[in-house]
Design a binder for this molecule. Structure first.
Ligand code: NAD
Ligand code: DAU
Length: 332
């Protein structure tokens, strides 16, 4: 049996991973999470207490991190400041958590020779033209655009340096845009679903031609578990499910699936520096580690996600007002 230290396990993708691991393995887990505005203990409700321990704390707290790493067989590192719009208004927490927090974990796994898996994003590669036939691969040069993605790129480079200079036993994965249950209402898909549920018109940045490569969070989890079990040390794996969609199509699909006219949304001011298109080529992960996504039908996955938000208003309602107040003050 393996004991995992999962950072950021009360966030969107981290909590999906904890549920996935508990359902599919006999591992036990300690979740280390600071419970920022993005963390929610309710996302871990119902998990067996004898297999999941929760510690509220900061990944930049080196004494705490050292003691938790000492008791773990592997670390899966999700904790981050994750929202681009926030990073454009207050970048500092992104440096503290994404860079210093990752450095703190790396020093601990170096001291204890503990296996480390670092969760990262396709945004480290910058963006693609809409008609570019190429997609991101493990060889694509780093070219991040936002304070968020530049701090994630920094964290990836720290991991690579600790592998090469100190022999840390680490892997990295860079995944595309996730959707599914437990995603904070600041993000595109849950923001629009909960707007419709509240009788508010969805908000599309600019013309909405921007393309994101959607993957269900559970497919992300299965990919991470595969890399943890079978990935080659020192390697990077890109995770994606061939889910490219432009934002306008996604907002129109949400409205249609929720029984509203497809054009019942507002165009609002575009995000500064807005990346145009992300697209992942996950051939390496599929061929080398034999991973396959299970959620091939985006519309079915979106319908299930809409149902989840319909049925779990108690989970998202406490964050909705503050999120929309932020958008009203900082954007429109
Ligand atoms: P999230 O914002 O929903 O969750 C982040 C979690 O980290 C929260 O629970 C928060 O409380 C915790 N946290 C923040 N700072 C912390 C600190 N200093 N110490 C301990 N815990 C802290 O984010 P998410 O969307 O679940 O993303 C998780 C990871 O996946 C991030 O590393 C992100 O870069 C990466 N990623 C996200 C996506 C996506 O589509 N959301 C895609 C690819 C990669
Ligand atoms: O690509 C992976 C990344 O995906 C992760 O690294 C990030 O943590 C995650 O937040 C996500 O980044 P994006 O910036 O792509 O996600 P967001 O949900 O903020 O926006 C998705 C797209 O929708 C983007 O083109 C901006 C647009 N958008 C967003 C919001 C919140 C809108 O049109 N309207 C909105 O209200």
């Amino acid at each position: 049996m393996t004991h995992l230290l999962i950072t950021g396990g009360a966030g969107f993708i981290g909590s999906n991973f904890v549920h996935h691991v508990i359902a599919r393995t006999d591992h036990t887990a300690t979740v280390l999470d600071k419970l920022t505005y993005a963390g929610n203990r309710e996302s871990l409700a119902g998990l067996p207490e004898d297999r999941v321990e929760f510690i509220e704390g900061d990944i930049a707290d080196s004494a705490l991190v050292d003691s938790l790493v000492a008791d773990s067989d592997a670390v899966v590192h999700y904790a981050a400041e994750s929202h681009n719009d926030n990073s454009l208004h207050d970048p500092r927490p992104f440096l503290d958590t994404n860079i210093i927090g990752t450095y703190t974990l790396l020093e601990a796994v170096r001291r204890h020779n503990t296996r480390f898996h670092h969760i990262s994003t396709d945004e480290v590669y910058g963006d693609l033209e809409l008609d570019d036939p190429q997609r991101f691969t493990e060889q694509t040069a780093y070219n991040p655009s936002s304070p968020y993605s530049s701090t994630k790129a920094s964290s990836d480079l720290l991991v690579r340096a600790w592998v090469r200079s100190f022999g840390v036993r680490a892997t990295i994965s860079n995944c595309s845009n996730n959707y599914g249950p437990y995603q904070h209402v600041e993000k595109f898909i849950p923001r629009q679903i909960t707007n419709v549920l509240r009788g508010v018109r969805p908000k599309l940045y600019g013309a909405g031609h921007n393309v994101r490569d959607w993957i269900h969070a559970d497919d992300h989890s299965s990919a991470v578990l595969t890399i943890l079990e079978k990935g080659r040390l020192g390697e990077t794996y890109l995770i994606g499910a061939d889910g490219e969609k432009d934002n306008r199509s996604v907002i129109e699909l949400i409205l249609t699936l929720m029984g509203e006219p497809a054009d019942a949304y507002d165009h609002v001011t575009d995000r500064p520096g807005h990346d145009l298109r992300y697209a992942i080529d996950s051939t390496k992960l599929r061929e080398e580690l034999r991973w396959m996504p299970q959620y091939g039908d985006f519309e079915a996955g979106l319908r299930a996600t809409i149902e989840w938000y319909r049925e779990n208003e108690n989970w998202w309602a406490p964050a909705k007002e503050a999120t929309e107040a932020f958008y009203a003050e900082k954007r429109q």
